[in-house]
Design a binder for this molecule. Structure first.
Ligand SMILES: Cc1ncc(COP(=O)(O)O)c(C=O)c1O
Length: 400
């Protein structure tokens, strides 16, 4: 794994390599060897490595840096899982021993299971039958109660059914607390350390490429990097069929990125452009990445890598491009990396076009393949978007 040469995983203050341990005084060594309770667990989060990605996604001499958040114990959402819980405890919103209840079928479930263990809170995760069996097993193994709604709401689909269940559980458990990752500003602030890691490792960043779901990591990382590098270009990556950037909500194959609602954590003003990517394009890129770089991840990794590779091909060769890879391959062995699944869904061997299509306005047309738009606004400022959202968000499944 090639690094820019500034910082490595071993320089994470919470980790010790054998050479470093020679310089550690006995007091700190004793502290490190006798962590209190589960507090040392949180030290496993952060300090993730960077990987240089070039051919075949970019020609020789060009490429981008991938921040491998899949190296966190549970993935990128370990960061907001811990931070949101820490802040809620500090404010008194979450009392010692209070139950954490959240609707998630995604990576945040792992982060909250970790936070529950670190801070001693029981965790209930409300999900629907779309959750992979492997995730249910893993979350249960980590001590979370996985609460599966069995029926979609008659008009609001699975998302509304899950929200209703969360509400009921909050009422049943006095002292319980829901993080509300879509609107909680602590989900954004949680990514300051990630941004500082990038600044420290890269020295300078010209372009940041992020997938967008709740908007947390794109908002949090870009806020800090923009202060350091005012000329920073921020490129958002969404899936087709997601409303986040003003498209109509549709049932979606791709999980992690995308949404059927308008999360208030999305910092629309920070984005220079947005790209929508289709599942077959993400699968192709994931598989090329795996075969060429021993790098794997899910739908968002494939989509982000496709866009970052294109930027590396088309921007000046010395541009420093960073892409955030949110997680590893574990959840996707039965989808992205499964030939039978991909064949059944028409996703196998469909190389993306060399260039994205261009659309002038976010809502100019419904996009069905890789497309970019260079004018990003909050879709709620576009006429009719709220009406459309009320109807369509209710009908679609929420996958996070
Ligand atoms: C795998 C994966 N990728 C991307 C995202 C999007 O990140 P964010 O919610 O910070 O916008 C998520 C969010 O759940 C995710 O789980």
């Amino acid at each position: 794994m090639v690094r820019p040469g500034v910082r490595t995983r071993e320089t994470n203050p919470h980790r010790y390599s054998s050479s470093e341990s020679e310089h550690i005084d006995m007091q700190s060594l004793t502290k490190a060897a006798t962590p209190s309770g589960h507090s040392a667990l949180s030290g496993l989060v952060g300090g993730t490595p960077l990987l240089r990605v070039s051919g075949p996604l970019a020609p020789a001499g060009r490429g981008f840096w991938a921040k491998l958040e899949g190296f966190n114990p549970g993935g990128i959402k370990d960061r907001p899982g811990l931070h949101m819980v820490e802040r809620a405890r500090a404010r008194g919103d979450l009392r010692p021993g209070g139950r954490i209840i959240e609707s998630t079928s995604g990576t945040l479930g792992l982060g909250l299971a970790l936070a529950g263990m670190v801070y001693g809170h029981p965790v209930t995760l409300v999900t629907d039958p779309g959750l992979e069996l492997s995730m249910t097993r893993l979350l249960s193994a980590y001590g979370a109660q996985v609460n599966v709604v069995s029926e979609p709401h008659s008009t609001g689909g699975w998302q509304q059914a899950r929200r209703d269940r969360v509400q009921r559980l909050l009422e049943q458990h006095p002292g319980s607390w829901c993080p509300d990752q879509y609107n909680n500003p602590d989900n954004v602030a949680a990514y300051t350390p990630l941004a500082l890691e990038l600044a420290s490792d890269m020295g300078h960043v010209d372009v940041l490429v992020c997938s967008v779901g709740t908007g947390g990591h794109s908002a949090g990382v870009s806020r800090v990097l923009r202060q350091l590098y005012p000329e920073l270009t921020v490129v958002g990556v969404d899936t087709i069929g997601s409303t986040i950037f003003g498209q109509p909500a549709r049932p979606r194959l791709m999980r992690g990125l995308g949404s059927s609602i308008y999360p208030r954590n999305v910092a629309y003003e920070n984005f220079s452009e947005v790209h929508w990517v289709a599942p077959a394009e993400a699968v192709w890129t994931c598989r090329r990445l795996a075969a060429s770089h021993y790098a794997t991840g899910g739908w968002s990794v494939g989509a982000v890598a496709l866009v970052a590779g294109w930027l590396a091909r088309t921007m000046p060769a010395d541009a420093r491009i960073v892409a955030i890879f949110p997680d590893g391959p574990q959840r996707y062995l039965g989808t992205v990396y499964d030939d039978d699944y991909c064949t059944a869904h028409g996703l196998l061997d469909c190389p993306p076009a060399a260039e994205p299509e261009l659309t002038g306005r976010l809502d100019e047309k419904e996009v069905t393949r890789w497309t970019r738009c260079t004018t990003v606004v909050d879709p709620l400022t576009l006429r009719g978007a709220q009406d459309a959202a009320d109807v369509e968000a209710d009908a679609a499944q929420e996958d996070r």
